[in-house]
Design a protein around this ligand. Structure first.
Ligand code: ATP
Ligand code: ZN
Ligand code: MG
Length: 397
């Protein structure tokens, strides 16, 4: 039996923040195995990893209340703009696809949040990739390949550590020291559930992380110089890493996933017009695929201290829209892609300039390939006979 612990929230969490606060509770204390907030926003149910002393319990409760307060106190209702509503498209399946994906061996979980895929998912993802590549072609986007590691120095320059500290994944290596390396080779062992038994001092200081997004690499490559021709459209697919803590239970939230991005760099109107053109293009493509979804304003998952200000800013300037696919089995939606506008944030922080010397503006269209496949299977099941014809045909090509 897991230990449970219920907290009466010091303030009512408004409905539009329940999901966002709930996902942050996974980062509040290592004793929290799962957290849920009652729909009225008044009660917080925690599942704990074990029994706590009363002092520990009080400390945990204080942390939970401070998160609620920082994220929800004085929050104003965001203006939710719905750009497309295709949620009622006919679908053919209403079960959670995860059990069958696991039992058939189509998905295997190598470790929490780390999944391998078999031929069905691999080929289905290729079908979606072809759609995104056709979109990229439409814009004459130049193809790029980016590394899986990302520079700590450059992420610092774009204030990533302040905005998203909770989901970072760090890359390290043993210090180049004979004694350290020999000691490791003789004694290293994985001790469940804690991990490798190696002392932290054996590892070098962090110079690199595992990349949390694709488009950052393009901005880093363009840094500290004028942008040739003053505008650019690029595309790339890459591995992305976000530590989603105890929220990583299915393909909905993975530690390691892949993202396809189409990236626009140039003057503000160029970026905004292209972001809108991409959305209109994909609206047709998704109609063809039969996916049930809607596109609505959203915000990035900023950490607690930055959340209120940054989310309000994104909302006020309509910087982010998410394409949220219907998940019939849980009667909710899941973001499979986003349309983002960063204004001149990267241009300013990385000193990328237009011919007139002003900083460039940037934007991107970003799709999570595993989530695309997961949402599609949640709507149409694992049997291609029940899929919309264009998808089945493209799948069999
Ligand atoms: P969410 O709000 O669901 O956490 P996000 O707003 O952080 O997503 P973006 O930063 O817009 O997502 O990333 C673009 C896309 O990458 C998402 O729409 C989603 O498809 C995918 N993605 C993001 N995080 C994950 C994850 N942990 N596992 C799988 N796919 C993800
Ligand atoms: Zn991006
Ligand atoms: Mg989001």
């Amino acid at each position: 039996m897991p230990e449970t612990f219920e907290i009466k929230s010091a303030l009512d969490i408004p409905a539009h923040l329940v999901g966002q606060v709930q996902s942050k509770l996974a980062y509040v204390d290592e004793h929290i195995a799962a957290a849920s907030i009652s729909p009225d926003g008044q009660r917080i149910q925690l599942e704990l990893t074990g029994k706590l002393e009363s002092a520990e319990q009080q400390a945990l409760e204080a942390k939970v209340q401070s998160v609620v307060e920082e994220m929800a106190k004085g929050a104003v209702l965001p203006k939710v703009e719905i750009l497309e509503d295709h949620l009622v498209r006919p679908t053919t399946f209403d079960q959670d696809p995860m059990p069958e994906l696991l039992s058939s061996g189509e998905v295997s979980e190598e470790h929490t949040g780390i999944f391998s895929f078999g031929p069905l998912l691999t080929r289905l993802i290729e079908v979606f990739e072809r759609q995104f590549l056709a979109l990229a072609d439409e814009f004459g986007a130049k193809p790029h390949r980016f590394p899986t590691l990302i520079s700590a120095e450059k992420l610092g320059r774009v204030q990533y550590f302040r905005a998203f500290p909770h989901s970072l994944t760090f890359a390290t290596h043993l210090r180049p020291d004979l004694d350290v390396i020999n000691g490791f080779s003789q004694h290293a062992a994985y001790e469940a559930p804690n991990g490798l038994n190696t002392a932290p001092e054996s590892f070098s200081r962090i110079q690199a992380l595992l990349s949390p997004a694709v488009c950052y690499h393009l901005y880093f490559a363009l840094a500290d110089k004028p942008l040739p021709d003053g505008k650019l459209v690029a595309t790339a697919v890459g591995n992305c890493f976000r530590y989603e803590s105890s929220n990583m239970t299915t393909l909905e939230r993975m530690w390691n996933f892949t993202m396809r991005e189409i990236i626009f760099v140039g003057p503000a109107d160029f970026v905004l017009e292209n972001r809108e053109r991409a959305r209109q293009y994909l609206e047709k493509a998704f109609e063809h695929l039969g996916l049930a979804y809607r596109v609505e304003s959203a915000n990035d998952p900023f950490f607690v201290g930055e959340f209120r200000r940054q989310a309000a800013f994104q909302n006020a300037f309509q910087l982010k829209y998410e394409l949220r696919a219907q998940l019939p089995f849980k009667n909710s939606t899941l973001a499979v892609g986003s349309y983002n506008y960063h204004q001149d944030f990267f241009g300013r922080n990385l000193d990328i300039t237009l011919p007139d010397g002003k900083p460039v503006h940037t934007g991107c269209v970003a799709f999570g390939l595993e989530r695309m496949a997961f949402a599609f299977l949640a709507q149409f099941g694992l049997d291609p006979q029940r899929w919309p014809t264009p998808v089945r045909e493209a799948f069999n090509e």
